[in-house]
Every structure is written in structure tokens, then in C-alpha cells.
Design a protein around this ligand. Structure first.
Ligand SMILES: NC(=O)c1ccc[n+]([C@@H]2O[C@H](COP(=O)([O-])OP(=O)(O)OC[C@H]3O[C@@H](n4cnc5c(N)ncnc54)[C@H](OP(=O)(O)O)[C@@H]3O)[C@@H](O)[C@H]2O)c1
Length: 264
């Protein structure tokens, strides 16, 4: 059987970067996608040298409508069949819904939801036809509950978990699996970028990125539908799912507090 090729979005840092390391260690060829092409090139050069694999780099802003078609066009032009799709690229927007710039929220939904769905739709048929493949989507412990002060981010991650479970069931018996990795706060660029770095939720419970990526990687290889890394996160996700929403949203708000609204 030819070596597999894995396409990873958001491989320029954090969880995506670590996942690329894990695939490379198992001799999978790679396609790395993100905006920061210098970081992708740095990673690609090292992985080619260390592991003797083929690594292609594609610079793409996934918030732009039509971005997923461009990714497909790139892999087709290179003559690549994608056996594993890792929809990892994503970001959060901490703030009051009515105060966060609407362009940033729409861009977030494009990356976290639309590109993830579109890429899955573009690459799943080939995997099914070849009767092998994995789709690994990155959700969050946010997938299990509503999240005031990050309402759109939490809702986007609820979509990712629901979509992945539906897809996993549809794929059963095809030789292709779908897995949702649901990390809690993790030591990556996400805390800074989303504005959550100093929130209580991040200060209380921060997991190392290598452990998170390894947990997701193992779950994908064994075809699990979902995995939550870390005991604290497992407990949080469980209680987030079973506690009445009017309670859980009040607790979550305290963990992600914001200064009083401007002008109120
Ligand atoms: N860290 C956490 O606490 C945490 C917790 C739960 C879930 N997650 C999820 O884990 C995933 C990975 O995040 P991370 O923690 O590894 O954070 P990170 O270090 O900030 O990495 C995010 C990745 O997404 C890419 N990305 C962001 N916007 C993009 C865009 N418009 N187009 C293309 N790529 C884009 C970034 O690449 P460029 O900037 O180079 O484009 C980067 O490679 C995300 O889906 C995030 O929601 C993170």
C-alpha cells in the first residue's frame, strides 16, 4: 500500500504543528496549510530532513470564501490523493457579541465551521472510494456547552462535535473514520490570539500541547468518534453536557469574565 498523505490545516503553530510531527514520525507524507508560510516552510524543511518524507506547503487564508476549492486545486495539481484530513485551523474571539467586530466573527465562522465542512466534503468521497482514510476535526471542551463572552466560538465548536459524530456514523463500514479532538485550554498561541490568556479558565487548567496532539492522534488512529484530553477537561465536558444550560452558562461566564460593558 502506498504511503498515506495527510493534509493538516493550521500547521504553522500549536496543535497542528505537533500533529504534523506525529504524522511525520509515522512516515506519512504531508500537505501543510496556513497563512504563515515562513513557519510552514521551516517545519516542512525539518520534517523532510528528519523523516525522509514528502512535505508540500500551501499558504491559504481559510477565512476567504472559496479557500477550500483552492486547497483542492493545489493537491490535484500536485497529483496528491489525501488519505487523512486534519481540520485543525481555528481561532476564538473573546468579548461581548455585540462589540466584537462583525468581520472577525464572520471570518471565525468561515475558518472554524465553513472551511472544515467544505474540506471534509471535498476529500471524503476520494477516501470512501479508496476505502481508507481519516478525518480529524478539532473541536473543544467548548463543544459541550454554551460560552458567554465567547458565544460564537463555543457555538462553532458545538457544530464541529455534532457534525463529526453525524459524519462518523455515516462513514461506518466505508473504511473511513471521523474523530473530534476536544481540548480544553492548551499552551499554544490560541490564548493570546483569542484574548483568553488571562481568563480564569486558562489560568486554572492549561495542558501541554504535545499531550493534547498525541491524544488526538491516537484517537484518530483507533477510529474513535471523540476524545477529550486530560482528566479535568473530561470532568468539565461531562458536567457541561449534563448540567442545565441556565446554570452552566452562569458558571462559564465567571470563568471568562470581561470588564463591564463600555458605556454601561
Ligand atoms: N489552545 C487552546 O486552548 C484550544 C482549546 C480548544 C480548542 N482549540 C482549537 O485547536 C485548534 C488549533 O489551535 P491552537 O490551540 O493550536 O492555536 P494556534 O497556535 O493559534 O494555532 C491556530 C492555527 O490555525 C491557523 N489559522 C488561524 N486562522 C487561520 C486562517 N484564517 N486561515 C488559515 N489558517 C488559520 C493558524 O495559522 P496562521 O496564523 O499561520 O494562518 C495556526 O496554525 C483550533 O481549532 C482551536 O480552536 C484550542
Amino acid at each position: 500500500m502506498p504511503a498515506e498523505t495527510a493534509l493538516i490545516t493550521g500547521a504553522s503553530s500549536g496543535i497542528g504543528w505537533e500533529l504534523a510531527e506525529l504524522f511525520a514520525r509515522d512516515k506519512s507524507n504531508l500537505v501543510l496549510v496556513a497563512r504563515r508560510v515562513d513557519r510552514l516552510e521551516e517545519l516542512a524543511t525539518r520534517l523532510r530532513q528528519q523523516h525522509g518524507i514528502t512535505v508540500e506547503v500551501f499558504a491559504q487564508d481559510l477565512s476567504i470564501p472559496g479557500a477550500s476549492d483552492r486547497v483542492l486545486e493545489f493537491t490535484r495539481t500536485k497529483g496528491l490523493e489525501i488519505d487523512v484530513l486534519v481540520n485543525n485551523a481555528g481561532f476564538g474571539t473573546h468579548g461581548y457579541f455585540d462589540e466584537i467586530p462583525v468581520e472577525r466573527q464572520v471570518a471565525m465562522l468561515q475558518v472554524n465551521v465553513v472551511a472544515l465542512t467544505h474540506l471534509s466534503r471535498l476529500y471524503a468521497p476520494g477516501m470512501i472510494a479508496r476505502r481508507r482514510g481519516h478525518i480529524l476535526n478539532i473541536g473543544s471542551t467548548a463543544s459541550f456547552q454554551p460560552g458567554p463572552n465567547l458565544s460564537t466560538y463555543y457555538a462553532s465548536k458545538a457544530y464541529v462535535l455534532s457534525f463529526t459524530h453525524g459524519l462518523a456514523e455515516e462513514l461506518s463500514g466505508t473504511g473511513v473514520t471521523a474523530t473530534c479532538l476536544c481540548p480544553g485550554p492548551t499552551e499554544t498561541g490560541f490564548g493570546e490570539d483569542s484574548g483568553m490568556k488571562n481568563t480564569l479558565i486558562f489560568r486554572m487548567n492549561l495542558m501541554g500541547v504535545k499531550a493534547v496532539a498525541a491524544t488526538g492522534y491516537r484517537a484518530m488512529r483507533t477510529g474513535r468518534g471523540q476524545v477529550v484530553p486530560g482528566l479535568m477537561n473530561k470532568v468539565g465536558a461531562y458536567f457541561g453536557s449534563i448540567t442545565p444550560r441556565w446554570i452552566v452558562r452562569k458558571v462559564t461566564r465567571q470563568l471568562q469574565t470581561l470588564p463591564p460593558r463600555s458605556g454601561r
